[in-house]
Design a binder for this molecule. Structure first.
Ligand code: UDP
Length: 326
C-alpha cells in the first residue's frame, strides 16, 4: 500500500516506517523535525512539514496516491502537557482534525492512530481492558482521547475507518542498533537509567516510593517498540481488508516497578545504577498494565519481546553505539 506516516522521524514512527518498508509498503514520511531526526528515516522519502498544511497534505495524497495514514506526529510529555494545555490542544487535537479533514476531502479512508494508555487515567481495574472508562488525568491523554472521539464520528459520517492503538510504555530499540530513542529532553525511565550507566548522568531519581505497590514505586507495562510497529502494520492491513474501526491496547500485560526496571538494567549493563529517592511526579498513576487480549484475538498480534531484560538489551545496544543520539 501507499502510506503517509506523520511523525515518522520520531521514535515509534521511525520503527514503524522500517517495518512497513520491510513489508514492501511504499512510505512517505511527513515530519516537521521539531522532535524527530532526519537520520531516523530509512528507506522512505521524508517531507518536512506538518498536518496543519492542508494544501501540502492534499498534494502529498494526490502525488503519492496515498491509501492510508499512520498518525504519530504529536507532543507527548505528560508533565509539559499539564503546563501547556493550549499548545497540546493545538498541536495534537487541532492539527489532528486538519489531518482528518484533508483525508476526507481527498478520499483517504484508513487511519492508524498513535494513542496512549494515558486516556484511561487512574485505573479501576488491572489489567486495563479497552472498555475501561476513559478519564485522563493530564492534557496529553485528554487530547489523544478527543481525537479518538473525532475519528469515531468522522467514521459514522464520512466513512473514515480507523484503528486507535493505546500504547502503554514504549521501550527498546530495533535490534539492528541503528535506530532508537533520542528525545531532548529525555524524560523516560529506561533511557535515563542507561544514561546513568554510560556516566552521562550521576544518578537516577526515583519518582515516589510511597505508592500502594509492593515496593512503593510505580508499576508500568513496558512494550518493545518493534512490537508496537508490528501492531500498526497489522491494524492497517486489517482496515484495508475490510475490518471495522477499533480501539486496541498494546502492552505486554506484565507490570514492572521502577525498582525492578533498574535491577533489570543493572543486570544488562553489568554495573550498579546509583539512585536517589525523590518525590512523586505529578500525574503519575500508581499502576498501568495493559489487557491486550483484544488485539491478540482480533488481529493475531503477539509481542515478540516479552522479557524486560531483552527489551532493555536492545535499548542498551542503541545507546552504547549512539551515546549522543543521532
Ligand atoms: N520515572 C522515575 N524517574 C525518572 C523517570 C521516570 O522514577 O527519572 C518513573 C515514572 O514516575 C513512571 C515510570 O518511571 O512511574 C515510567 O515513566 P516514563 O516517563 O518512562 O513513562 P510514563 O509512564 O510517564 O509514560
Amino acid at each position: 500500500m501507499n502510506i503517509l506516516v506523520t511523525g515518522g522521524a520520531g521514535y515509534i514512527g521511525s520503527h514503524t516506517v522500517r517495518e512497513l518498508v520491510n513489508k514492501k509498503h511504499r512510505v512517505v514520511v511527513l515530519d516537521n523535525l521539531s522532535k524527530g531526526h532526519e537520520a531516523a528515516v530509512k528507506g522512505a522519502q521524508l517531507v518536512r512539514g506538518d498536518t496543519a498544511g492542508r494544501e501540502l497534505l492534499k498534494s502529498l495524497f494526490r502525488e503519492h496516491d496515498i491509501e492510508a495514514v499512520m498518525h504519530f506526529a504529536a507532543s507527548s510529555l505528560v508533565g509539559e502537557s499539564v503546563r501547556l494545555p493550549s499548545w497540546y490542544y493545538h498541536n495534537n487535537l487541532v492539527k489532528g482534525l486538519l489531518l482528518l479533514d484533508a483525508m476526507v476531502e481527498s478520499g483517504v479512508r484508513y487511519l492508524v492512530f498513535s494513542s496512549t494508555a494515558a486516556v484511561y487515567g487512574e485505573p479501576r481495574e488491572i489489567p486495563i481492558p479497552e472498555n475501561h472508562p476513559a478519564a485522563p488525568t493530564n492534557t496529553y491523554g485528554a487530547t489523544k482521547l478527543a481525537l479518538e472521539g473525532a475519528m469515531r464520528w468522522y467514521g459514522e459520517a464520512y466513512g473514515l475507518r480507523s484503528a486507535s492503538l493505546r500504547y502503554f510504555n514504549a521501550a527498546g530499540a530495533d535490534p539492528a542498533g541503528d535506530i532508537g530513542e533520542d528525545h531532548d529532553p529525555e524524560t523516560h525511565l529506561i533511557p535515563l537509567v542507561l544514561k546513568v550507566a554510560m556516566g552521562h548522568l550521576p544518578y537516577l531519581e526515583v519518582f515516589g516510593t510511597d505508592y500502594p505497590t509492593p515496593d512503593g514505586t510505580c508499576i508500568r507495562d513496558y512494550i518493545h517498540v518493534n512490537d508496537l510497529a508490528d501492531a500498526h502494520v497489522l491494524a492497517m492491513e486489517a482496515l484495508a481488508s475490510g475490518a471495522s474501526s477499533a480501539v486496541y491496547n498494546l502492552g505486554n500485560g506484565n507490570g514492572y516497578s521502577v525498582l525492578r526496571v533498574i535491577r533489570a538494567a543493572e543486570e544488562v549493563v553489568g554495573k550498579p545504577i546509583p539512585v536517589h529517592y525523590g518525590a512523586r511526579r505529578p500525574g503519575d498513576p500508581a499502576m498501568l498494565v495493559a489487557g491486550s487480549k483484544k488485539i491478540k484475538a482480533g488481529l493475531g498480534w503477539q509481542p515478540r519481546f516479552t522479557d524486560l531484560r531483552a527489551i532493555i538489551e536492545t535499548a542498551w545496544r542503541w545507546h552504547r553505539s549512539h551515546p549522543r543520539g543521532y
